[in-house]
Write a protein that binds this ligand. Structure first.
Ligand code: DCP
Ligand code: CA
Ligand code: CA
Length: 365
């Protein structure tokens, strides 16, 4: 089925109602309610709908006006992309505890190749369960997963038991799974293509499989070839992990803006501990310590110090971060503190850099 290639173990993880779930988590008043993330104005569109809102037919990409008609109780919430990115990063860091072969597709989903994995666990199904559990415990959100022999099937399968579920398509189940699959569920087949398939009498994988390569190429161009092979369980695209870890960071956003030094020290202590713990776990050390300070007016400041040796030790990280914090007066009360270690010993050696301060304006967009 996979030609001569060894069977791979691929997990596709996708967060449930991502933007909407983040908003419900951060604002308990929204829990259990139909909400839509997006603008409520005449020209607004829904980015994400909570599962409560979906019962009323509210969907992503729907106009806000129509959404409100479908669901008069609908509550609109403005998107906060920086928060979604922050959570996305946390989720990704969990993935990297399992494998370095992680290919993010968007903020809320990624492919993982766990054929070889850092846990030495041969069961991709159990790994997926573990990953989802950790996301829930550490981030507070639910995710769904698909597990199979290639990216295409894993992606399709992650939708199967959504939300908060997972589906494994074992090697021997691949062919029947694809044959029974509704053509609309094929990843890469949108509404327009599905319509065209219908007109050609193709409604399921089985019917798609009955068409020749020539026929599909003639009707769908280059994509025809892709359809021809994926429906036969052949999809050799690798999980493309672009990232070699360049830095490792931890940060905390505070519910209230901090101006007291005692509180900041307490937080810094926790953050240093987390960074150090993660460095040890990943078996890396770094030479550059960067302190990130986000002020209550959302301006962002980073201050860093490069040492002449590699460290992963909490005491030194904390000491350096403290010095950086005291190095210059704070501009305002603080809403976020973070520490990152870069110049990791997994990279090629570089020249030591000067202590630097950079201030940049950053808007949440
Ligand atoms: N998104 C968007 N506009 C769209 C589709 C999605 O802004 N037209 C954003 C909001 C979603 C996020 O991307 O929360 C992830 O998109 P998904 O398609 O994965 O949908 P959800 O995560 O919202 O729901 P599901 O539980 O079905 O995955
Ligand atoms: Ca999702
Ligand atoms: Ca998604």
């Amino acid at each position: 089925m996979q030609n001569d290639l060894p069977i791979r173990k691929i997990i596709h993880v996708d967060m449930d109602a991502f933007f909407a779930s983040v908003e419900q988590m951060d604002n308990p008043e929204l829990k259990g309610k139909p909400i839509a993330v997006g603008g409520s104005s005449k020209r607004g569109v829904v980015s994400a709908a909570s599962y409560e809102a979906r019962k009323f037919g509210v969907r992503s990409a729907m106009s806000s006006v129509l959404a409100k008609l479908n669901c008069p109780e609908l509550i609109f919430v403005r998107p906060r992309f920086s928060r979604y990115k922050e959570i996305s990063q946390k989720v990704r860091n969990i993935f990297y505890d399992y494998t370095n072969m992680v290919e993010p597709l968007s903020l809320d989903e990624a492919y993982l190749d766990v054929t070889e994995n850092k846990k030495g666990n041969p069961s991709a199904t159990l790994l997926a369960r573990d990953i989802r559990e950790r996301i829930f415990k550490e981030v507070g959100l639910t995710a769904s997963a698909g597990i199979s022999v290639n990216k295409f099937i894993a992606k399709v399968a992650s939708d199967y038991n959504k939300p908060n579920g997972q589906k494994t398509v074992n090697p021997e189940e691949v062919i029947p799974f694809l044959e029974n699959l509704d053509i609309r569920k094929f990843y890469g087949i949108g509404k327009v293509t599905a319509e065209k398939m219908y007109q050609l009498g193709v409604f399921t994988g089985k019917e798609l499989k009955s068409k020749s390569l020539e026929f599909l190429s003639k009707n769908f161009g280059k994509s025809g070839k892709y359809y021809y092979y994926v429906v036969r369980g052949i999809h050799n695209s690798e999980v493309k992990s672009h990232r070699i870890r360049k830095s490792l960071a931890a940060e905390r956003t505070f519910n209230e803006n901090l101006s007291s030094e005692i509180f900041m020290m307490e937080k810094l202590n926790l953050i240093a501990e987390e960074v150090s713990h993660r460095l040890e776990k990943s078996k890396v050390a770094g030479r550059t310590i960067t302190l990130k300070i986000k002020y209550s007016d959302f301006t962002l400041q980073t201050r860093s110090k490069t040492l002449s040796y590699f460290i992963n030790d909490k005491a030194i990280i904390l000491e350096t971060a403290k010095n950086l914090l005291y190095q210059e007066k704070l501009n305002n009360s603080v809403r976020l503190l973070g520490i990152s270690l870069s110049n990791l010993n997994t990279e090629k050696a570089k020249k030591p850099e000067q202590t630097s301060i950079s201030v940049q304006l950053k808007f949440d967009f």
